[in-house]
Design a protein around this ligand. Structure first.
Ligand SMILES: O=C(CO)COP(=O)(O)O
Length: 162
């Protein structure tokens, strides 16, 4: 039996193409940064073929310690998670690797939740730990153009405004 969601949600989906050279966000909370750096070291050759972006401290450490070019946004507690979320909403990001720390409460927890919500909404591939990041980055889709389904934003607005 199918259930009908009571909340309004986008009725239609459209497709968007993730490019072969992916725009990949790398983010790690402090308690997970060493794990992220070890992961980046393992996949350095693969990551070097893509376009990397990260929150301030994570990006700086990856650039300094792994010699990769990473665009650094704001640090997470200063709004970096929201900047990454905005890129997802604008279809400017293709993969999210976010090692969030299940043991440490964050002052910007609402921002973390908001980022994960937008990643789910816009159907972005996400990995929240090293094992899933290994699966994700070793996928044959990583260096291919791939179509994904996303909400039809135009239809959503028309249904509410017209
Ligand atoms: O807090 C973060 C993600 O929520 C990460 O920010 P930094 O990379 O600046 O430590």
């Amino acid at each position: 039996m199918s259930s009908r969601p009571s909340e309004p949600r986008p009725a239609q989906q459209v497709s968007r193409t993730l490019p072969s050279r992916k725009r990949i966000a790398l983010i790690a909370h402090d308690g997970k940064k060493d794990e992220m750096l070890a992961w980046v070291e393992r996949w350095q050759t693969t990551l070097a073929q893509h376009q990397l972006v990260g929150t301030g401290t994570t990006a700086r450490r990856i650039a300094k310690e792994q010699g990769l070019e990473v665009e650094g946004l704001m640090s997470g507690p200063l709004g970096g998670d929201q900047q990454i979320g905005a890129r997802i909403t604008e279809q400017q990001l293709d993969l999210l690797i976010f090692f969030w720390d299940p043991f440490a409460p964050q002052p910007h927890d609402p921002d973390v939740k908001a980022l994960l919500r937008l990643a789910a909404l816009w159907n972005i591939p996400v990995a929240c730990n090293a094992a899933s990041a290994d699966f994700l980055i070793s996928s044959p889709y990583v260096d291919q153009a791939v179509d994904i389904a996303i909400p039809d934003a135009g239809a959503w607005v028309s249904a509410r405004a017209d």
